[in-house]
Write a protein that binds this ligand. Structure first.
Ligand code: DAH
Length: 349
């Protein structure tokens, strides 16, 4: 029996040398210590042995089983280590290889201009507020003193969503109404609202069916056109430099009285006349004026007690002037080369 056990062990040691996979090892394990494996077979005919013999066979087979298990376990570890090492070697990262370049994005130029304007107004105590792009006729027109059928609507034809009451706002001015209605004459208002606006315009170099405006409104006691002039002057100097000169020209808007166009002296030629200012020396920046008493009244502000000014300018126009862009479609045609261009121009500033 002892010799047989020795033989089994030496056979195993011989056989295991050629094993190199986990699968082969599983098979080898079954061959030796499986249900009908060679070690298990040793104790098969126990009942034919005497008590003494049984003791001896039991001891020999148990010792053998332990040894066989240890041999197989050691081989298992060896194979697992080999597999892991191979994996580690094949997955080695070559840090000397050149990396894949991920293109770096640039901030949207329009957003940058808007943020700059926001900063300037916030430093003067204005809130930045938001309003819906899908708007009601009464906010976009009626409460702004532009009744149905009024000729002033012609210049602001827009897209209608449902019947003629729900539309895409043609201007950010409805946010003036919404803000005043919120406070109903209970407190002064100082806000700006940058946002998207829509018009049924054919797209060309200076028109887009969707563009951005920045609206502003200040309502308080004893506000006059002088306050508007002072505010505009301060802001123009902050945005376009300390040499910037400003002027007002009479204009007409239904929701302001009096109404003005605000101009800045041309920063390209300093007023001498060039192609940017069409040889006038001046560049128009926004429409503005004193809030019309009807609008104040419509929004719960008594015009005998309150007065205010409002303004609205095109964000793209500002960005176009600032960055020398001559086509508004540049902002919306998703040409990445243009964005890279803006980024470069900005870096030069
Ligand atoms: N909403 C006007 C437009 O789109 C611009 C404007 C002019 C806004 C005068 C104002 C204002 O607040 O006072 O043409």
């Amino acid at each position: 029996m002892k010799e047989l056990a020795e033989k089994i062990k030496s056979d195993l040691l011989e056989e295991i040398k050629s094993i190199s996979s986990e699968q082969e090892l599983v098979e080898l394990k079954a061959k030796y210590i499986g249900k009908s494996g060679r070690v298990t077979e040793l104790t098969k005919n126990m009942r034919d042995y005497s008590v003494e013999e049984r003791k001896e066979v039991g001891m020999i087979s148990n010792t053998l089983k332990t040894e066989v298990t240890e041999i197989i376990d050691a081989k298992t570890r060896e194979i697992k280590d080999a597999i892991l090492n191979e994996k580690l070697n094949s997955e080695v990262i070559d840090i000397s290889l050149p990396s894949t370049k991920i293109p770096c994005g640039a901030p949207n130029i329009l957003e940058k201009v808007i943020e700059e304007v926001e900063e300037v107004f916030m430093s003067m105590g204005y809130d930045v507020v938001d309003g819906p792009e899908v708007e009601e006729d009464r906010y976009n027109f009626e409460l702004l003193n532009i009744p149905k059928g009024h000729a002033a609507r012609d210049a602001q034809d827009t897209f209608y969503i449902k019947g003629d009451e729900i539309l895409l706002r043609s201007q950010t001015s409805p946010v003036q109404v919404r803000t005043m209605l919120k406070y109903q004459g209970s407190e002064p208002v100082r806000m700006i609202c940058p946002g998207k606006t829509y018009r049924r315009d054919d797209d060309d170099a200076t028109h887009s069916h969707q563009f951005m405006q920045i609206e502003g409104l200040l309502v308080d006691k004893n506000i006059s056109l002088c306050d508007l002039k002072g505010t505009f002057d301060t802001i123009a100097k902050k945005l376009f430099g300390p040499d910037c000169v400003t002027r007002f020209r009479p204009s007409y808007y239904q929701f302001t009285e009096p109404s003005v166009e605000t101009d800045i002296s041309c920063f390209a030629c300093h007023g001498k006349g060039c192609s940017l200012c069409k040889n006038t020396g001046w560049i128009t920046i926004s429409g503005a004026g004193m809030v019309h008493p009807n609008v104040l009244r419509n929004c719960g502000y008594d015009p005998d007690e309150w007065s205010g000014f409002a303004f609205g300018f095109g964000a793209e126009r500002c960005a176009m002037l600032k960055y020398g862009i001559n086509d508004i479609r540049t902002f919306y045609n998703t040409d990445l080369r243009e964005i890279a261009n803006f980024d470069r121009r900005d870096g030069e500033e």
